[in-house]
Design a protein around this ligand. Structure first.
Ligand code: NDP
Ligand code: DGY
Length: 328
């Protein structure tokens, strides 16, 4: 006899691209409730929405902690995050409860690497300053030293965290004429040979690089890694770029380093908090370019991320393979 399949409950914490919604609605295995907004779900609504859910599709701005897991209760089988980063989730607690986790590696690597290169060039060559000067009448004539910056040709680039995105950044930067490509992390990578990457201790990377690019995961070890001590070791002419997570940087120390001329300039796609308050001291500095966490923001990338997170969710609900399951 055919047993009717049980419809499972899913909560989605935000509007997501329709590619993902379509997959879920066509699957016919779950009833979706959605925080139907482009703004973050209020905490109380998250706790209410997740109650009794079998699946949760969340974003990097949702803190998935014990309280949320308790609110969800024992039905919860899978959490699918629309991100590759998973520092917003209490992994130990999730593991303890046997909940599977899906995430979105690889599909956003190219977009994020591309944005990192764009931010690096915009910061080092002072593009935002130049645009402002054109508009406000500051462009009086061609001047030999006006708006000069730093170029990649013949430079040393240091990548902190030569993972998927770090390697994609290195691949894109090398053809600009980078002379040495240094990287640091927990282990040397055989694939670094492709970019002639030299595995060096962090101190060496920081003191010898003209461009320091942070692309590691946020972990207890990397939290606050870029602090006073770190910036003091950098060259006065060096450019600092972070597209990983804001908390890898001590922002007070970065402000001091930028305002005192300890380092030349910084480009950040990620901050703490997000959004960065409009009166934050970093935003008063001409030598600091801040973007609103748009590393993976291309239409196609976000569409594929939504598809992948929907398929991850379905795999978790049905107890089958997930296209990108986080093994932890
Ligand atoms: P990967 O897991 O491929 O790479 C992460 C890297 O972090 C690894 O190479 C790892 O090095 C390194 N790492 C871990 N611990 C340390 C440490 N203690 N010191 C130095 N390096 C360390 O992830 P992805 O490349 O796919 O993504 C990286 C991060 O980028 C994400 O976690 C996310 O936070 C961020 N991101 C930001 C985006 C944006 O919009 N700005 C978009 C997408 C991602 P090792 O292997 O040696 O441990
Ligand atoms: C991630 O995926 O971790 C990014 O920060 C957003 O795409």
């Amino acid at each position: 006899m055919h047993t009717a399949q049980k419809i499972m409950k899913v909560f989605i914490t935000r509007r997501i691209p329709q590619e993902g919604m379509k997959i879920l609605s066509q699957a016919g295995v779950c009833k979706v409730s959605l925080w139907d907004s482009d703004e973050p779900v209020p905490r109380a609504e998250l706790l209410k929405g997740v109650a009794g859910a079998h699946g949760l599709l969340c974003l990097l701005s949702d803190k998935i902690d014990t309280e949320v897991l308790d609110a969800a209760g024992p039905n919860l089988k899978v959490i699918s995050t629309l991100s590759v980063g998973f520092d917003h989730m209490a992994m130990d607690e999730i593991k303890k409860r046997g909940v599977r986790v899906g995430y979105t590696p690889d599909v956003l690597t190219d977009a994020t690497a591309e944005l990192t290169v764009a931010l690096l060039l915009a910061t080092a060559r002072r593009l935002p300053e130049g645009v402002v000067e054109v508009k406000n009448g500051g462009w009086s004539t061609w001047k030999p030293l006006w708006l000069c910056g730093y170029g990649l040709s013949g430079s040393t680039v240091g990548v902190i965290g030569l993972g998927r995105i770090g390697m994609a950044i290195a691949r894109r930067l090398k053809p600009f004429g980078v002379k040495r490509l240094l990287y640091s992390g927990r282990t040397a990578k055989s694939y670094a040979a492709e970019v002639e990457g030299e595995y060096v201790p962090l101190d060496t990377l920081v003191s010898e690089s003209d461009f320091v690019v942070v692309s590691c995961a946020l972990t207890p070890e990397t939290q606050g890694l870029c602090n006073k001590d770190f910036f003091c070791k950098m060259k006065n002419t060096a450019v600092f770029i972070n597209t990983s997570r804001g908390a890898v940087v001590n922002q007070e120390d970065l402000y001091q380093a930028l305002s005192s001329g300890q380092i030349a300039c910084a480009g950040l796609d990620v901050t703490t908090p997000e959004p960065l308050p409009t009166d934050h001291p970093l935003l008063t500095l001409k030598n600091c370019v801040v973007l609103p966490h748009i590393g993976s923001a291309t239409y196609s990338t976000r569409g594929v991320m939504a598809e992948l997170s929907a398929n991850n969710l379905l795999g978790g609900l049905q107890g089958t393979d997930m296209p990108s399951e986080l093994k932890f």
